[in-house]
Design a protein around this ligand. Structure first.
Ligand code: M6R
Length: 604
């Protein structure tokens, strides 16, 4: 979602701000802007569309200044127009904001009664005018900022410049992350560590309710009680070089190809191949005593949770509930005494998942996370943190983070089963060995998937596409459909193959491709029967299976390497990613930044 950069620098900040906004592009945005203090006066440029438009605008009509703030906006309140783009300014202040100010209508009415009119529909414009009003009333900058903050409800990360204040930048966070970067005679704000990569590696992750007053030489932080506090300095290893596509056409393609490495890297943190055992991070409760597990996540991470339900119930014999995070806390969930709630997230910042985590924590549940962004809010708020080691995922569509989530969930399942004495040592060794074979199998698919490319060329002209699977492949069918629709904008749905006859089969005709995911095994016989029912109705079936004897049974087939049954979902995730990727390429859509999508959804 929206991205923030703020720089109190020594030289002109505009090139560095544009570089930071480039690194923030992956979050998804529809307009961008920068503002600087030029001789104490606020100067601003804003453009809708891609960052290049802003770069052109700054090139055509340059602005410069040693302090500046910049923003990429993903529209929430108000359309993606230049008027609604950030920074919002008055003659006294410039503001960039991530999040949603919930009481902006009340504040706008209040300002109107004072004769102060807001021209756009943006909530940020309202708080900018409110801050300006307090300054005009004679408050000093910090008092005015605190007064403004005390009036707003909702979520925000803010960075603020004030005219005539060359040695001052203000920031605050509640609900949306904000990081302070400590430089050498320079200070920075960023919405994440990537924004600040190449500027500094000394970071302070602001906590909920923190407000920061930056000068060139120091960062003062006030907590939610307005007490001056010291926060831990972290050292970031993220470099701007990580946001390089290398020889790949898209970040998504690069990330798909990284999977053998990052899945192996992730498994390496949990598996001991010599003993065939799994070590999870230390926890202050015993897995043996857990009566129920609740898995909560959004989007692709939710599908990882669905896969895990099959794994945990089948292999570790623990009852699992799976919830969409945005539904979780509003349905008043019944928590089991001493239950474990696991939250799954690539970004660790997804607003609904974070809110669900806090709900479970307040209810006294054991709370764990499976998270990719190591310094994210979720990683900092959970007692049990199981990291995926996928590295930064830049493509909006999640690929390598998903397979790494599955790797951790599989390892967790085995550890849980062993802890509860339902998986014996020999079984554990066999499952660990299967997991270790996953990276090689993924490599094999990646090095030999030409049939998917020609398949995708045909799929690109479809209007609707179905993905079907049974058992643990059902969530992979759902993931395939999500990936395809978000990338190619083709309507796609995932179904449990056995459900088709209960309604969706009415959709089938010769124009509807149906991708059947059916690794060889007992349950695949049932899936194949369901696919035959589709073929009998002229449905255009494409089979994804390791059963070579079925390679000519349907109109199309992609033959997979044979994988151990336990790791099949991890391996079958790859062809559905490739189908979505190549279909989008064939359609010519924006693969890395599909329309309307944001990488981390930090608002409800
Ligand atoms: O960062 P998270 O894993 O919490 O994100 C959850 C979803 O927003 C995310 O998986 C989304 O569905 C992706 N665009 C899927 O490719």
């Amino acid at each position: 979602m929206c991205g923030i950069i703020g720089i109190l620098g020594k030289t002109d900040t505009v090139p560095a701000m544009l570089g930071a906004l480039k690194r923030l592009e992956y979050r998804g945005y529809d307009s961008a802007g920068v503002a600087v203090l030029d001789d104490g006066q606020i100067k601003r440029r804003r453009e809708i569309g891609k960052l290049q438009a802003l770069m052109n605008s700054v090139g055509d009509d340059p602005i410069a200044g040693t302090s500046g703030i910049g923003h990429t906006r993903w529209a929430t309140h108000g359309e993606p127009t230049t008027k609604n783009a950030h920074p919002h300014i008055t003659s006294r202040v410039a503001v960039v904001h991530n999040g949603i100010i919930e009481n902006f209508r009340d504040l706008r009415d209040e300002l109107k009664n004072l004769g102060i009119i807001c021209e756009g529909e943006s909530d940020t414009e309202v708080i900018t005018k409110l801050l300006d009003h307090y300054l005009q009333d004679g408050m000093d900058p910090v008092t005015a900022f605190k007064a403004m903050i005390s009036r707003v409800t909702g979520a925000y990360a803010l960075a603020v410049l004030m005219s005539g204040e060359k040695d001052l930048m203000l920031g605050a966070r509640r609900g949306s992350p904000l990081v302070i970067g400590l430089g050498d005679g320079e200070m920075f704000f960023g919405s994440d560590a990537l924004a600040l990569a190449d500027l500094t590696n000394r970071l302070i992750y602001m906590e909920e309710g923190d407000l920061a007053v930056l000068s060139h030489s120091k960062a003062e932080i006030y907590d939610k009680n307005d007490t001056l506090v010291q926060r831990k300095i972290s050292f970031s290893h993220i470099s701007g070089a990580l946001i390089d596509r290398g020889n790949h056409r898209h970040f998504m393609q690069k990330e798909i190809y990284e999977q053998p490495t990052v899945v192996a890297q992730t498994l390496g943190r949990y598996l001991n191949p010599n003993t065939g055992t799994i070590a999870l991070p230390a926890m202050d409760f015993s897995l043996a005593n857990i009566s129920k597990i609740t898995l909560v996540a959004c989007g692709t991470s939710y599908y990882a949770a669905l896969v895990a339900k099959y794994w945990i119930e089948q292999y570790a014999h623990v009852s699992v509930d799976v919830d969409i995070a945005s539904e979780f806390r509003y349905r008043n969930p019944v928590y089991a005494q001493g239950g474990l709630c696991l939250f799954i997230s690539q970004s660790g910042e997804t607003a609904d998942t974070l809110a669900a985590l806090r709900h479970a924590k307040d209810a006294g549940q054991h709370v764990g996370v499976i998270v990719n962004a190591a310094e994210s809010s979720m990683a900092r708020e959970a007692a049990l943190v199981m990291h995926t080691h996928a590295g930064p995922e830049i493509g909006v569509a999640s690929t390598k983070a998903f397979t790494c989530q599955l790797a951790v969930l599989a390892a967790f399942t085995v550890a849980l089963g062993v802890e509860r004495s339902v998986i014996e040592t020999s079984r554990s060794r066999a499952l660990v060995a299967e997991l270790e074979s996953a990276p090689t199998l993924i490599s094999k698919i990646l090095s030999d998937h030409d049939p998917i490319i020609s398949m995708a060329d045909k799929l690109a002209s479809a209007r609707d596409i179905l993905f079907v699977g049974r058992g643990i492949q059902y969530p992979i069918a759902l993931e395939g459909a999500l990936k395809l629709k978000e990338l190619s904008y083709i309507h796609a749905e995932g179904y449990a193959a056995g459900e088709l006859k209960h309604g969706p089969i009415a959709l089938i005709d010769e124009h509807v491709p149906v991708i059947g995911i059916a690794p060889k095994g007992e349950i695949s016989k049932k899936t194949i029967s369901n696919l035959q029912e589709i073929a009998a109705r002229k449905g255009n079936v494409i089979l994804v299976s390791d059963d070579i004897s079925l390679s000519t049974e349907f109109k199309g087939a992609f033959i997979m390497p044979t994988a151990g049954q336990f790791i099949e979902p991890l391996v079958y995730a790859i062809p559905v990613q490739l189908i979505a990727y190549y279909t989008a390429v064939a359609k010519g859509t924006d693969v890395d930044q599909p329309r309307n999508l944001a990488k981390a959804v930090t608002v409800e």
